[in-house]
Structures are given as C-alpha cells and as structure tokens.
Write a protein that binds this ligand. Structure first.
Ligand code: SF4
Length: 283
C-alpha cells in the first residue's frame, strides 16, 4: 500500500489517491479511464469513484499498479474476484502487472484445447489459484523480450510450454518453443503465432480464432484519437520493419486488439482492417 504522506497533491481529494512513486506506465488509466488521468507526467485521480462499478474500477487500478502507488487512506481491503477480469468469453485480463515489464498487461485464455497465458503478470498466489481453478496453463505465449516478467515461475508451476521468437530468446532462455523468421506457426487449434519484427527483432502477435489479436507493444488503441496506433517513441528495433509487419497483418481477420501497453478495442473486422491500413499509410 502507498503511504498517504507520499500522496500526489494533484490527485483529487478524498479516500482514493495515487502517490508520487507512479512511473507513468498508464495501466491504471487503462482499467479506470473515467477516474484516472494523466497529469504532470503521473497518473492521478481526476475524481473519487461515485458508483459501485467505479469503485471496482479503482480497485482494479490498485491491483494492476506495478509500484503499489494506488491506495485508500482508510486502508480498506480489496474485494475478491476482480482479476482475472473476463473481457470476452474465455479471454481475461490478468491484472497484477509487473514492474519488470513496465506495467504491461498480460492475458489468460481459457479453451478446451488447453489454456494459455499471453505475456506474464507478476507471480501472485491469488492469480495462481484462479488459474488453477480455470484449468491451469498449457502454453505461455511471449510477445517479445520486454514483457516476460515471471513467465518462468508460471511455466514451472503449471508445466507449460513457453513460446518466444528466437530473436528475443535471450529474455527467456527456458523457452521450449521457438518461432523463427516471419513464418506464422500454429500454437494449438485456432491459435496462431505471427512474427511482427519492429518493436523488437523478435516481436510476435498471437491470433485466437480469427477474432482476438494479442499485440504486445506492436499495436494498440488510442481512445483520445479514437484510432489504432503504433509506438514510434518506444520502437526499439526498426520503425520501417514495424510498418512492413503491420502491413502484412492486413491479410488476417480480427475484431479485438489486446495490447501489453495501450488500450484494448473491439471493432467490426472490416473497420479494423481499414484502420490498420490507414495506420500503415500514416507510418
Ligand atoms: S499503474 Fe501505477 S505506476 Fe502505472 S500509471 Fe497507474 S499509478 Fe502510475
């Protein structure tokens, strides 16, 4: 829990607050966009939660925060069952974002062919128990080297296969399944790994059932612009390569973008394709 003495004075008055140790990873703003805003290079509460749903959003902000910067002055205890948060049937946001991945979101997929974890949250007993109740983890799908977090501990606990591109393998030398080049590969059933070099040399997106695209840091939604974006200021390998990779994604059908950093979005598949084409044009 943060200490009230560290409370950011820019955070709205009241029980809920954010401290000055916030690293501006944006995760809290993505789970509580009505309440938490960007101000002075940090996240702060714009106002206190007013409804039960907003209170739950504030608790989710507390649980995603990798620096434990979100808290209540009354030191209340978080309710149960906030994470994993089901975003669509069988697709969950994990919460418990790791500082080592700069607060990136990780996702859990429940499916009869074997559950999967996309990138890794921090290792939290409550999350482990929840994954056990949902049937465990068969595959851990790493989108790139920055968001590996506690994947090794989850892999060991659940005896899971770990997927990563060989170009980013140094971040997960324990990986069991290496992807290579630009070749798409079947993971299991209708779950496909698609290499998208650009953000890093070994970046990969994972496409589930031609509907859900887990994009790591290669593609996200910007609610202010109401459009798809790529992160030019956080492109560690090659912007030109990323442009080529996103252009190649146009041949796939998907309705959801579920990123590590940035907001998620659901759009009709044709609109998604058209927005992706426009983004590539702007790049
Ligand atoms: S999740 Fe925590 S560190 Fe990240 S922006 Fe929010 S308050 Fe700051």
């Amino acid at each position: 829990m943060p200490k009230p003495i560290d409370r950011n004075p820019a955070s709205a008055g009241g029980d809920w607050y954010i401290d000055t140790h916030c690293i501006d990873c944006a995760a809290s703003r993505e789970v509580a966009p009505e309440l938490i805003v960007h101000r002075g290079g940090k996240s702060v509460f714009a106002r206190q939660p007013a409804t039960e749903e907003e209170e739950r959003a504030a608790w989710r902000a507390l649980l995603v925060c990798p620096t434990a910067s979100v808290g209540t002055e009354s030191h209340r205890t978080a309710p149960e069952g906030l994470f994993p948060q089901e975003l669509a049937s069988g697709v969950y946001r994990c919460g418990y974002n790791a500082r080592s991945s700069f607060g990136a979101h990780a996702y859990f997929i429940r499916r009869s062919q074997g559950n999967a974890l996309v990138d890794s949250p921090r290792y939290a007993t409550k999350l482990v128990r929840a994954f056990e109740q949902l049937g465990g983890i068969a595959d851990i799908l790493l989108t790139h080297k920055d968001d590996v977090a506690d994947a090794e501990r989850y892999a060991r606990h659940f005896n899971a296969r770990v997927w990563i591109h060989e170009e980013d393998r140094s971040a997960a030398p324990y990986a069991t399944n290496l992807l290579a080049g630009r070749e798409a590969a079947d993971v299991r059933g209708s779950l496909v790994a698609i290499p998208v070099p650009g953000h890093t040399r070994g970046s990969v997106v994972y496409l589930l059932e031609e509907t859900y695209l887990f994009t790591g840091d290669s593609l996200a939604w910007n609610p202010r612009r109401q459009d798809l974006i790529a992160f030019r200021d956080a492109c560690w390998y090659s912007w030109e390569e990323l442009k080529r990779s996103l252009a190649a994604l146009e041949r796939y059908r998907f309705e959801w973008v579920l990123p590590g950093h940035g907001h998620s979005v659901r759009l009709p598949a044709e609109e998604m394709r058209s927005r992706l084409r426009s983004l590539v044009g702007r790049m």
